[in-house]
Each structure stands twice: as structure tokens, then as C-alpha cells.
Design a protein around this ligand. Structure first.
Ligand code: ADP
Ligand code: ZN
Ligand code: ZN
Length: 731
């Protein structure tokens, strides 16, 4: 016995637990070879099966496996160790979301070559010699090089409109010279001492209150709650400046970073330098550079989408979550988490203050303010004396559009007036494509996705039918696939393309543009469209929720909402809240400068509390009703929810597993298990889906309830069980 004890204690001193970025059960023990030290946080290379992987030292070896059976750490990498705050955060997120720590670590290591030594960037320049045979392609390459600096092959190829092979061949033959470039100089960093605009008294008060914790450090959450156009961005920039002056790193989270061109420009105007960006649109080299700059503390300000939370900040001094109510902060696949909520956790672990920003804060945040957990600062007025727009409902029962049309007479009249006044208008419909449903007139057949239980959406510009859930695409058939009738398929209902078609026929003189994720291929195209809107090169903009996100269009005076009831249809927990937020945000685009704004909301239910609150501008009233009904039902934020989604390609197996889970649900005071039931989206990507909903009192630890429950059940191969803590989607 004594011998075993001695081995164990010696093992603990020379072994380490290494967490790998894989969905494995936990960290694995490895032996540290003589002479190698690897304190917690070190990035190390270890063997796993036949492969070598990079992982992070998570702590001393657990001693679960005898040391002599362990494999060796092969190398310690020459990068800054992962900060303790991020390691604690990864463990915390894993425990909360019930994902494995390795799956969460993977989000923090989403930069495959961050650890490899810097590869020099190869650029090309013209050599003296010219090829004997000059093709037009080759000429374009030399012409491109004649003006401008040496460029990497991909850039050069794009500019000269030639294939990479042309460039490679010229280089091989010695007509182009290869140069190794040093990484691009970063330009000046943001300067916190530059003066910002002069703030109003209200703005100054909020700015001072937010800047104090950013300067002094320490955890705390503040809500910056201001109407659209009240200058929230200018105000939180003060806190950003204060955190920078105090030496901290700042993370600003935005919901759709791809749309952040206006935000980036404002930041640069204010601070005289660019922030570092972090989002899915970055190339490999930029990701690597940014990751390393964050780890080295050189990146002082990062603006990013939700994954920016998992960067290795060594000195986090402030996190700002702009548009904190936005649903896109919820990641719905892989590790299912809410980046807004996890930002608060990260701030607590790193002792950094958090600022949540919104004109329509989430119910959860309101509740946290009311309970005294968060502080709140209000900006009740628009900057520069601009008034909030007037909002009116158009009762579609009383004043319907003509058959086959979607714009009601009052909205058409308002559009005419706006055009005559030389102002801009915006039509909002939260539905991409031309029509949400294609139906056979002869037999009633609906065109559906082959892999999902959804109808295909016609995209007429692309002459395609698309599934918005799985990406399935087909061309529009000439005849009904069910009964074979020719020319009997009809498009039902409107999408933005169809509204654009109607607007075009009604207002042939107007310059029209459509803004959706389908029509804008790149962030650059989106930025250009926004610019054209600002410069009034567009009279009428038609778009999906993409148009609601924070844009400032000075000459926009009219907003028309085409189908305000759309989001209420499902009737899930957050339908009312989400609709209120979305319609307030889109309304907030109207009349942001000198000309007063006006909003018309087309609805079949003008008596609905959401519509009434929007028309009356009665946010407090809406909140009171919503909070009351949530409290009465024991729903969040007064209770907790966790969704359990069981799916499988084999419907019978998936259903059997869901039923078994339902039967095995432990009885526990204060927790209810509802279901299983087929999910509203009953089939997705070929998998049949069943849902259970766990509803618990606020003081109940739902994870501790779910964990042993899942362990008590085994399920067949091919069936997957996902846990969604604090669900936003009930599909
Ligand atoms: P919000 O984020 O609350 O919708 P913004 O911060 O976008 O509001 O401000 C709306 C507009 O008013 C922007 O063009 C902004 O530059 C301008 N603005 C806000 N506050 C000031 C100020 N104190 N001085 C000058 N311009 C301001
Ligand atoms: Zn048919
Ligand atoms: Zn599909």
C-alpha cells in the first residue's frame, strides 16, 4: 500500500492534465519529460492516438492513470499561456451549458495556425526580364504591378483578373521576384485622449457614471438604456476611453459585425485608430494576427461577434454588449450559449465592468435592474432635439390592400407624400425571398424541403426555391411534382422581393434597393448600400431585419412595417418581447435628424398589447404586462427553462429515446418536465426531432437536475440529445 501511495504522489509532481479542444470527457494526463516545465495555461503538444494535438495545461495530473502508462508531452509552444481568467471561464461555460470543457476550449482555439511560427507573407514584384511571349493575361499582371507595391499572389491575381497559375509560372520563369513581407504595420492604436463630441447634460451624467468603473476596475453590470438616436454609442465611448487610460483591454460586442462599417468609422473618428475585429469573415492570417495581438495585450480594443468572448485577453478592463437584447447573441448550435449572459460571467471572473446597451433592453435585463443586481442609466431624448417618430397602426381589416398586393392604401399614400417631400422611406418585412409558399392550384400540393418539414421559399431573383433551414435549393419546376399539372404552381404570400416588385410598379420613379442577406454578397456590399442610403442615392429601401440594426440614415422619415403580426404567430415565450423590440428598432430608423419621422404598422391585430404599446410609445406599460404574465406562469426571468432536443434520422429510435427520457424524468419539487412532443420543426436536415422542456423555480439548479437524469438513460447510436439552457428558440 505504501508503495502505491508513493507512486501517486510522485506522479502528481511530474504529470499534467491537458485539456484538448475536442468534445472529450475531461482533461487527460500526460507525463512531463525531464527538463520541461509547463505551468497551468501553457499550450502544449501531445499525442492522442496516432495524432499530435495542441492542448492547454489545465492543472496538475489527476493521477487516475498510473504514471508509467502515460504518454509524454512532446513540446511546449512558444506563445503566452492562456490566462487564468479564460481557463476559469471555459470551465464555467462548460458547466453551465452542459457542454464538455473541450468543446468550449475549441471555441477559444479557433485559430488553427495561431501556434505555428509566423510564416512570412510572400509578395511579388516585377523582375527586369519580360517573357518572350506576352499574353493579354501576362500583360495585365505587369500592368497591375506597374503601379503599386509588391503584392501577395492572391491579391495580384484578383487585380489582374488572372489565375494563380499565371503568376506562379511567371515567378518560376524569373519574370516576377518573390519578396518576404513583414506583417503589415498596424497603424496607430486608439487614442483615449482625443476629445469626443460635446455631450448634453444627460449624456454627460451617464458617461461619467459609466466611465468611473471602467477607470477603477472591478466587476459590476450597468445598463445604458436610451431611446434610438440618443447617443448611446458616444456615451459608452467615454467608458471605452476610461478603460484604455487605465491600461485595460476593451471588448465591444456587436450582434452583426458584418454590418459594422458605420460603427467602425465612428470609432475611428473618435479615437483616431482602428479597433481589432473578430468575426467569421476574417481570413486565416487576420485571425492569427488578432489572436496573437490579443494574447500579447497589444490589441487594446476588440470589436467582435459573440466568439470574441473566448479570446485570451490578459488584461480585460471592460466589456460593452451593444444591442444586448439581440437574439443573435444566442448561439444555437455546437455549444449552445448566450453571449450576452456569458459576457457578464466573463466580467465577473476577470473583475471587469460590463455595460449592456439597448433602446429595448431584454426582459431579463430589466428584471436584473429592478432587482438591484444591475445599475441603469437612461437617455430619454434623441440627440440634437430630434423627436421620436409618431407611430400609427394600419388596421388591415379596415383598409386592406387590393388582391395580390401587400401595401395598404394608407401606407401607399404615406409613401407618395414622402417621395413628394424628397425624403427617404423604408419598408420592413422580416421575410427573405419572394414568397414563403408555393402551392399547386390544381391539387393543393405544397412544395416542401426534402430534408426538413418546412415549405420552400421562392427566391425569384435567383429563380430558385430554397429551404431556409438546411440550404436545400432547387429550380422552380414547370409542372406540379404531385399531379403533373402544368403552370398551376402559384406563389403565396409576400417576401421582401415581392414587396419590392410591388413598390417598383407603384413608384417607377423612385430609386429602390433591397437589403437582405441574399442580396448582399459581402460586408463590403452591405457597407456600400448603407453609404448610398446615407448619401440619399436611394429613395426607398426594402429590407429584412438587417435594416433594423443601428443604422443612422439622416433623411429617412417614413418607416412602413408590412406584416407586423409575423413574429407573434408562433406564440412562444418571447414572441411578444421580440416583436416589440424588432418593431421599436425599425421604427427608430425614422426621423433621426431634422425632419420628423413617421411609422405605419400594418397589422390584423391592432388591439394586441404589443401593437398598442408601440402606437402609444408605452414601453413601461408593455414591460409591466409582460413581466406580470411571465411571473404568473413561472417563466423566465422568474423561473428557469432548459430544452432537451432529441433527434435522429430514424424516427422510431428518436421517438423511443424521447419517450424514455419522459418516463425517467425524476420527480423533484419545483421542477416540471413537459413533453416529449414532436418539435414544431419536426424534421431538420433529415433528422426527426422531439422536444422536452424542463421548467424549474429560479432557485433550482437545473443542470444538477438534468445531469443525473441523462446519465440514467442510454440511447442508440445515431440518436443525439442536445441541451439548451435558457432557450430562445422553441422550434
Ligand atoms: P444611439 O446609439 O443611441 O441610437 P447614436 O450614438 O448612434 O445613438 O447617436 C445618434 C446620432 O447622433 C449619431 O450620428 C451621433 O454621432 C450623434 N450624436 C449623439 N450624441 C452627440 C453629441 N453629443 N454631439 C454630436 N453628435 C452626437
Ligand atoms: Zn398539383
Ligand atoms: Zn431543409
Amino acid at each position: 500500500m505504501a508503495g502505491i501511495g508513493a507512486t501517486a504522489s510522485r506522479a502528481a509532481s511530474e504529470t499534467v492534465a491537458v485539456l484538448l479542444p475536442r468534445p472529450l470527457k475531461g482533461a487527460y494526463d500526460y507525463r512531463l519529460p525531464e527538463g520541461l516545465s509547463a505551468p497551468p495555461g501553457s499550450f502544449v503538444e501531445v499525442p492522442l492516438g496516432p495524432r499530435t494535438l495542441i492542448g492547454v495545461v489545465w492543472g496538475p495530473g489527476t493521477g487516475r492513470v498510473a504514471t508509467k502508462r502515460l504518454r509524454d508531452v512532446t513540446a511546449r509552444l512558444d506563445v503566452a499561456p492562456m490566462p487564468a481568467g479564460l481557463r476559469r471561464f471555459i470551465d464555467w461555460v462548460a458547466a453551465y451549458t452542459m457542454a464538455t470543457a473541450g468543446a468550449v476550449l475549441r471555441m477559444a482555439m479557433s485559430v488553427p495556425d495561431a501556434f505555428a511560427p509566423e510564416r512570412p507573407l510572400i509578395a511579388y514584384t516585377a523582375a527586369e526580364s519580360r517573357p518572350e511571349r506576352m499574353t493579354p493575361q501576362r500583360e495585365r499582371v505587369f500592368a497591375a504591378l506597374a503601379d503599386g507595391p509588391p503584392r501577395p499572389a492572391t491579391e495580384l491575381a484578383r487585380e489582374a483578373a488572372v489565375g494563380l497559375g499565371v503568376i506562379r509560372a511567371l515567378a518560376e520563369a524569373g519574370h516576377l521576384r518573390r519578396l518576404a513581407l513583414t506583417p503589415r504595420a498596424l497603424g496607430p492604436g486608439p487614442d483615449p485622449d482625443r476629445p469626443g463630441p460635446v455631450l448634453s447634460a444627460e449624456q454627460s451624467a451617464a458617461a461619467a457614471a459609466l466611465a468611473a468603473p471602467a477607470r477603477d476596475g472591478g466587476f459590476g453590470v450597468a445598463l445604458l438604456d436610451g431611446v434610438t438616436g440618443s447617443g448611446k454609442t458616444e456615451v459608452y465611448f467615454h467608458a471605452v476611453a476610461a478603460a484604455l487610460t487605465a491600461g485595460g483591454q476593451v471588448l465591444v460586442m456587436l450582434p452583426e459585425i458584418a454590418l459594422g462599417a458605420q460603427w467602425l468609422k465612428r470609432f475611428e473618428d473618435r479615437f483616431g485608430g482602428r479597433p481589432w475585429e473578430w468575426h467569421s469573415g476574417l481570413g486565416g492570417r487576420q485571425r492569427r494576427q488578432t489572436w496573437r495581438a490579443v494574447a500579447a495585450g497589444e490589441a487594446r480594443v476588440v470589436v467582435g461577434a459573440r466568439s470574441a468572448l473566448f479570446l485570451p485577453y490578459p488584461a480585460l478592463g471592460l466589456i460593452v454588449v451593444d444591442e444586448e437584447h439581440d437574439g443573435s447573441y444566442k448561439q444555437e448550435d455546437g455549444v449552445i450559449y448566450n453571449a450576452r449572459d456569458m459576457a457578464v460571467v466573463r466580467g465577473r471572473l476577470d473583475q471587469a465592468p460590463i455595460i449592456l446597451v439597448s433602446a429595448t433592453p431584454s426582459i431579463e435585463t430589466h428584471h436584473n435592474v429592478a432587482a438591484g443586481r444591475y445599475s441603469a442609466f437612461h437617455l430619454p431624448r434623441r440627440h440634437g432635439g430630434a423627436a421620436l417618430p409618431t407611430v400609427a397602426a394600419v388596421d388591415m381589416r379596415a383598409t386592406p390592400p387590393e388582391r395580390g398586393r401587400w401595401l395598404s392604401p394608407p401606407l401607399v399614400a404615406a409613401l407618395e407624400e414622402t417621395a413628394e417631400a424628397g425624403a427617404q422611406a423604408l419598408l420592413f418585412l422580416n421575410r427573405r425571398g419572394y414568397a414563403p409558399l408555393t402551392l399547386c392550384r390544381t391539387c393543393g400540393h405544397r412544395l416542401r424541403c426534402t430534408d426538413c418539414s418546412t415549405c420552400l421559399v421562392e427566391h425569384r431573383l435567383a429563380s430558385e426555391l430554397r429551404c431556409h433551414h438546411c440550404g436545400f435549393v432547387m429550380t422552380v419546376p414547370r409542372s406540379c411534382p404531385e399531379c403533373g399539372s402544368e403552370d398551376s404552381l402559384v406563389a403565396c404570400g409576400p417576401g421582401v422581393e415581392r414587396v419590392a416588385e410591388e413598390a417598383e410598379s407603384r413608384f417607377p420613379e423612385s430609386r429602390l434597393a433591397v437589403m437582405t442577406s441574399d442580396t448582399l454578397a459581402s460586408p463590403r456590399a452591405a457597407a456600400r448600400l448603407v453609404e448610398d442610403m446615407v448619401d440619399h442615392k436611394i429613395d426607398l429601401l426594402i429590407g429584412t431585419q438587417m435594416v433594423t440594426k443601428g443604422h443612422h440614415f439622416p433623411s429617412l422619415t417614413l418607416v412602413g412595417v408590412i406584416d407586423a403580426d409575423l413574429g407573434l404567430a408562433g406564440g412562444d415565450l418571447r414572441a411578444g418581447e421580440r416583436t416589440y423590440q424588432l418593431l421599436s428598432q425599425v421604427s427608430g430608423r425614422a426621423g433621426r435628424e431634422h425632419r420628423p419621422g413617421r411609422v405605419l404598422i400594418q397589422t390584423y391585430t391592432p388591439e394586441h398589447p404589443v401593437m398598442r404599446a408601440l402606437v402609444a410609445g408605452d414601453r413601461a406599460g408593455f414591460l409591466a404586462v409582460e413581466l406580470d404574465s411571465r411571473e404568473a406562469a413561472g417563466m423566465p426571468p422568474f423561473g428557469r427553462l432548459a430544452a432537451v432536443i432529441v433527434s435522429g434520422a430514424d424516427e422510431r429510435k428518436a421517438r423511443a429515446t424521447a419517450d424514455l427520457l419522459g418516463r425517467r424524468a425524476p420527480r423533484n419539487r419545483g421542477v416540471e418536465v413537459l413533453g416529449p412532443a414532436p418539435a414544431p420543426l419536426a424534421r431538420l436536415r433529415g433528422r426527426y426531432r422531439f422536444r422536452l422542456l424542463v421548467k424549474g423555480r429560479r432557485d433550482i439548479n437545473l443542470q444538477a437536475f438534468v445531469r443525473p437524469w441523462l446519465r440514467s438513460v442510454s440511447w442508440p447510436h445515431g440518436v443525439r440529445i442536445q441541451i439548451d439552457i435558457d432557450p430562445y428558440s422553441f422550434m
